[in-house]
Structure formats: C-alpha cells, structure tokens
Ligand binder design. Structure first.
Ligand code: SF4
Length: 739
C-alpha cells in the first residue's frame, strides 16, 4: 500500500463509548500545525467517511494528541480516490464549532422560546423512554413519528421499528429523489440509488435537465463529469439559468420553467420519426414502443417551440446529437427532482428517452448496480401495525416508498389527526423547518405535539421547539453503520469510525439507540455490544478482513456494470412485471395515471411576479453548513439572480439589498440582488439553505434569505407524495419600503 495509514495497526477492540481508535502512530509528520503548536510530531491517520454531505467520500483524518489536525482524501477509497471538496476539507470546523450542542437539554420555557435546562444523559434517556412508554400505552406506538436523515439514524430506525411505529419519513424521498426513483423503477424495474450510476467519464453526450453539476458538487461525480468533457463528450444543459454547467455546454437551452416534459416528448418525436433510436436494443429489451410512437407522433419540435420557448430547430438539432452519440448518452436523472407535482411523469419521460437511446446498462450511459453479499442479524420480527402508515405511502400516494416515507404526509397527519392522531415527533439529523416546505404548517403541527425530541449536532431551527434535545457526536467522533455502495462501477464497502473522542457530552448515535432499546425492553433488536461486533457480522459473507477494512477505510469488489457483463446470466436484468423495459406502463394505467407521460401546463407567475427557483453552491450542503467557520468565510450569504433588464425596469440596482414577497404576503430576509443576463426574465434564483432563524447558529443567523420560508404553497405529486417546490411566485420589494 502506498500511504501511511497502511502501516497502522488496530491494537484491540474498542469497548468504551466513543473511545478513540486504538491505532499505532505512523511516521507521518504533522502538516499545518496550529499556531502555538506544542504537541507531538507523532501523527495518526484514521480512515473514515465524510459527512459534510451525503456522498460519503473517503477521508483520512490526521490526529495527534487526540486532536484532529486536518483532513485529506483517502487515495484507497474506490469512488473518491483521494479527493475531497471544500466542505469535506472543512470538516474539522464542524468538529470544533463552538456553537455545537454540548449536553442534553430539557425545555423549561414555552415552545419556540429557546429556554432549556442542562440535564444528565441518564435523566435525558429516562425522560425520553418514559415518554415513549406512555405514548405507546395511551395512543399506540404509531402515534410517534420519526424524521431521520442520513447514516447515523439507521440504528435508531431499528429502534423505532421495534417500538412499533411504521411512521418514519426522510426528506430525501418527498423533497428530493423520490420522483426519479419511482419513474425509473416503473420503466426499468430498478431505482437509481445514490450515488446515481451515471457513466459520465465514458459518455459521448451528457444531457443535464436542471442539474447544475459544478455548483452541486460531489467529488467523484464532478471528477467523472470533467473527465467526460475532457475526453470530448458534448454537453446539453437545459436550464432557465446560465449555470456553471451551461457555461461549459455545447447547447444551452434556456427553457421556460415547467415545460421540460414538452421538450422530452419532442426529443422522443424526433428520435422515432427520424429512426435515430436504438431499434435493436428496443426490440430486445423493451415493450410498448408502438404505443409510445403513436403517443409522441404529434409532439413535434414545432409543437414544443411555443411551450418551451426554445427554437424548434434547436430541439431537432439536439435530438439528432443524441441519436448520433447513442448509446453513450447520459441523460442525467438529476437529484432534487420535486419541482411541479408532475415529477414522476417527468422522470418517466427521462427514463423513456434513456431507453430509446439504448443507454441503460451500456457504456457511457446508465450502468447497472452490482449486488454485494451482506451479513445480517437474526432479529425478531418487527411488530406489524394494524393501523398502517399515517403518511399515505402506499395508499393516498400509491407509489411512495414505504421505506423512506412521505415527510409532508406526516405533517398532514399531525395536523388533521387523520388517519389517527400523531402525538410525538423524533427528529434526527434533519432540519424539518428547512427541508420540508410550508414552514408555517410544520410549525402548526409541532404546536400540536405532546412531545418533540431532537437529536442533532448543531442548534438548528427546530431545537427551539423541542422538549428534549440530545447532542450527537459528529461524524469524526463516532461509528456509523458501514456504507455499502452497489451503484458504483466498482462496488465497495466503507466504514465510518471515530478519529477522536466525542467532545463535550455528545454521544454517538449507536450508543443512544442501544441505551434507549435497553430502557424500552427492546434489547433483542440490538444483539451486539460494540460497533465492531456489528461490523463483523455485516462483512461476514464478504470474505474480507475487518482490520484491513478499518485500516484502509474501504474495500472494493469486482463490478459488472454493463448488460454485456450479464449476457450469461439466467433471467432478465429488468425487474418490471413484464421483465422488459416498460415504455408504456401498465402499472400506471392500473392506478388510473397516464401510462405514457403527457405535458400539462403549469401555473404561470401572476403579473409582476417571478417564479422562484433555487439550487446549490459548491461550498455548502443544504442548510447544514452555513455556520461552519471556513465555509461561512467562503460564502456567508446567498444572492438573488434577477434578469438585468427586469431589474432595471423595476428600478433595482445590482448589489442592492431587496426582500422577496410571495403571493401570500410572506417576506424574506434581505438578500443582495445580482443583476445578470444569465437568467430568464420570468424567474429569479437563489442558493438554498441561507436565512437561518436559529440564534444558536451565531455565524449563520440572519445571513441571506431562505427559499423554504417563501414556499407557502406546493404542488403535490399524486403518485408519490413529493412536494413540487417550483411553484412559488415572488415580487421584489425595496428593503427600505419593506420595514
Ligand atoms: S462531496 Fe464533499 S462534502 Fe460531500 S462527502 Fe464528498 S468531500 Fe464530503
């Protein structure tokens, strides 16, 4: 092996809570010593996973005297190969953030007042367990709803299932990836998963529809994107805004917001009419081509031109470029896919386009996941709820994931007490006031609760409304369940393990879950004493060595990413009802939905208003990183992109501070206006995650404007419950006139 970590040995099993990894020091000298450094020159490198976003890049933490000095990319990590983004490098600033939650807190004031008293862990866990027992007794376990996010709450999810509630929901479904997972699963029989399996480095043509790679940064994906472009891949960027990706594009299509399905149908029309689709692939693998061809016959580029505001010639030219590059075309499925409420159908249209190009399972297109054998524990069955789920997954929203749930469905149920009352929320690692739109409704739901417990690292917005606050250790101080990624060309397992002991009185999630299980009499679902024992069981069938895994941080397995790798396999690679790619969906027909995607006009902005669109910045993750010292210095606030002519016509100047007011009269905090030619005149744009209202986030408080705060209306996808969030209309208000 090629770096210092390979020479480190683990000396024994870590038994105590949050104890530091017992590794032998390497000979690596400390780099970047802090001012006044008096410590040792013996530095350990601990391999772990980043959690500054959800991509889980491989990290080496340089540690001396129990202090993490710096982070660097782990070159042995098969996906990220030694690269970290700015946020990953700034992870130590989360670890040492003075605003962190430090000890358990019990509310003493009114909800929202932010008054708490410090309590011990024993008292906190006793209060928590006793409340859960009372709720189970009085209202049934389903009266407790769980809102997790990310890896850390996985152990707590087991606890909640053992407790007996089916009501768990993550924003990654109904506020993010849900529509695309459903749309692609309907078509190919497989969800895309995360990281999405896009073969960017081998693509000859990349199509981005509202995906702003470059501003939305995940190290391995952005590297593959750059590699693909440097090898000569062409790029089509469909975006109402001249994004960073649009700046690299061969074709920038500044589409009228909300009309993407019309563009996709017109592209299909050209591919079929001009014989540019992969006929052999379709004949071999797909069904429903005849119905599709008839469906799109009239959706010509000329039909789409007035709808999309894109020239018909440009639509035809880009369709032909796709046809010429097939099958090595990545139609990127995007990540944040909840826009207009017709999002599952838009995802279906993207999946069908991918199928017409023969790109699913082909080099340079969408590659296939490779299953990795995983060990498990022989746990008792989880109790079944007779009352079923309250969020509508599987019922009101027939195609919603019952694993990931519908967050807004749980808010609805809490407000309406239908189908039964929800009395308590446990929010773990997500900021429900930033991730779920219609904040006022979320706050009203919180007001109705008997009990709100929050587990987090930072004092995010909902802390002030909590009855009980539990401070979790950061990702650099804790074990999490191992990450098994099958949607990489080379599948792998990687570990998150502590680089240092938890600061203050914070505790790792696995410990919190086990302590609670013990108090609730649910130990049978936690038949392991240490995370190392848990890890050993998971990797048992993999034929790998735990010590090597923990030393290296990750171990890869051979991948079989393309259909040609599976030629000798029995059965079909498509897990649909028919075993074929379903261009025409009988499943959608059965539930009364369009079996083929159809364009339906979205509501246009009223006179004098703009559609608010939003996105990401490379140095911030969601609403989680704005308080980070380094990242805050790089980007302390967001700005509002406004078409320069529109700004001038309305009497606004570049750099001026303005407020946004939505159609319901809700005003944003002041935000700096960026007058630019790089956006259409029917929309404005800002980066999500700013405008924090929690005073505990001292650096982030009051900086910039919150898009979520303005989302008083949404358009809900009837198929999977996702909240379309590009239906917010705002007008600009002079800061001086808005007070
Ligand atoms: S993309 Fe950046 S923030 Fe996300 S896991 Fe990787 S290094 Fe961390």
């Amino acid at each position: 092996m090629t770096h210092g970590v390979s020479r480190r040995r683990f000396l024994g099993t870590v038994g105590a809570v949050g104890a530091a990894v017992t590794a032998a020091p390497t000979e690596v000298k400390a780099k970047g010593r802090p001012p006044g450094w008096r410590g040792t020159d013996r530095v350990e490198k601990i391999a772990t996973n980043c959690e500054m976003c959800f991509w889980r890049c491989g990290v080496l933490a340089e540690v001396a005297d129990g202090r993490v000095l710096r982070l660097e990319g782990n070159p042995d990590h098969p996906l990220t190969r030694g690269r970290l983004c700015a946020r990953g490098n700034a992870g130590t600033q989360l670890l040492y953030d003075p605003d962190r939650l430090k000890w358990p807190l019990l509310r003493t004031g009114a909800r929202g007042e932010g008054k708490f008293k410090r309590i011990s862990w024993d008292e906190a866990l006793d209060v928590f367990a006793s409340k859960l027992k009372d709720l189970r007794q009085a209202n049934g376990p389903e009266s407790v709803a769980f809102f997790p996010h990310g890896l850390a709450p996985r152990f707590f999810s087991t606890l909640m299932k053992a407790y007996g509630t089916p009501n768990s929901a993550e924003p990654s479904f109904a506020q993010c990836r849900g529509p695309r997972e459903v749309g692609y699963a309907l078509t190919f029989g497989h969800e895309l998963g995360s990281p999405e399996p896009v073969d960017l480095e081998e693509a000859k043509l990349i199509v981005l529809i509202g995906s702003h790679l470059g501003e939305n940064v995940f190290t391995s994906q952005i590297t593959a994107f750059a590699e693909g472009l440097s090898r000569g891949a062409k790029l089509i960027a469909v975006d109402p805004r001249f994004s960073t990706a649009a700046g690299k594009a061969d074709w920038w299509l500044p589409i009228r917001p909300g009309t993407d399905i019309a563009l996709l149908l017109a592209w299909m029309n050209v591919l079929i009419a001009e014989g540019l689709c992969d006929r052999e692939y379709i004949a071999t693998y797909a069904s429903g081509f005849t119905e599709l061809a008839a469906h799109v016959r009239d959706f010509t580029p000329e039909w789409a031109q007035p709808i999309t505001d894109l020239p018909a010639a440009r639509i035809r030219e880009t369709a032909r470029a796709m046809g010429a590059a097939k099958p090595a075309v990545v139609v990127h499925p995007g990540r944040h896919a909840t826009w207009y409420g017709d999002d599952t159908q838009r995802a279906r249209a993207m999946a069908i386009l991918t199928a017409l190009l023969g790109s699913w399972g082909r080099k340079g297109g969408i590659f296939l996941p490779t299953p990795v054998p995983k060990g498990s524990f022989d746990l008792p069955s989880f109790p079944e709820s007779e009352r079923g789920r309250a969020d509508g997954a599987g019922t009101r929203f027939p195609l919603a994931s019952e694993e990931l749930g519908v967050t807004n469905g749980l808010v609805d149920a809490t407000l309406s007490a239908q189908p039964y009352p929800i009395k308590a929320w446990i929010v773990y690692g997500q900021n429900v006031l930033e991730s779920i739109p219609q904040r006022q409704r979320t706050l009203q739901a919180i007001e109705k609760l008997e009990f709100l417990a929050v587990v987090d690292v930072m004092p995010v917005e909902q802390i002030n409304y909590a009855d009980l606050v539990l401070p979790e250790a950061t990702y650099l101080e804790r074990y999490d369940p191992p990450t098994i990624v099958e949607t990489a060309k080379t599948p792998f397992i990687s570990v998150r393990q502590p680089a240092c002991e938890p600061l203050f009185e914070s505790k790792p999630g696995w410990w919190i879950a086990k302590q609670m299980a013990h108090r609730l009499g649910l130990d049978a679902w936690f038949p392991w004493e240490t995370p190392e024992q848990h890890l050993a069981q998971i990797i048992a069938p993999m034929g790998i060595n735990a010590l090597e895994l923990r030393n290296r941080g990750a171990v890869a397995f051979p991948g079989r990413p393309y259909l040609e790798d599976r030629a000798a396999d029995a059965g079909t690679p498509f897990d649909t009802d028919s075993g074929r790619i379903e261009l025409y969906s009988n499943r959608l027909k059965e539930i009364g939905a369009d079996p083929l995607p159809r364009y339906t006009p979205v509501v246009a902005p009223p006179e004098g208003h703009f559609r608010l669109i939003y996105g990401r910045a490379p140095v911030h993750s969601f609403a989680r990183s704005q308080n980070n010292e380094t990242l805050n210095a790089l980007m302390p606030e967001n700005e509002l992109w406004v078409q320069a002519r529109s700004a001038r016509a309305l009497g606004f100047n570049d750099g001026e501070r303005v407020r946004l007011e939505n159609v319901d009269g809700v005003k944003s905090q002041p935000v700096r206006l960026k007058a630019t030619e790089g956006i259409r005149d029917d929309c404005v744009y800002m980066v999500h995650g700013f405008g924090h209202r929690s005073k505990g986030l001292r650096r982030a408080f009051g900086r910039g404007a919150s898009d979520t705060e303005l989302m008083t209306r949404v358009s809900v996808d009837p198929l999977m419950g996702g909240t379309g969030m590009r239906v917010t209309f705002v007008r600009l208000v002079k800061e001086s006139a808005s007070r």
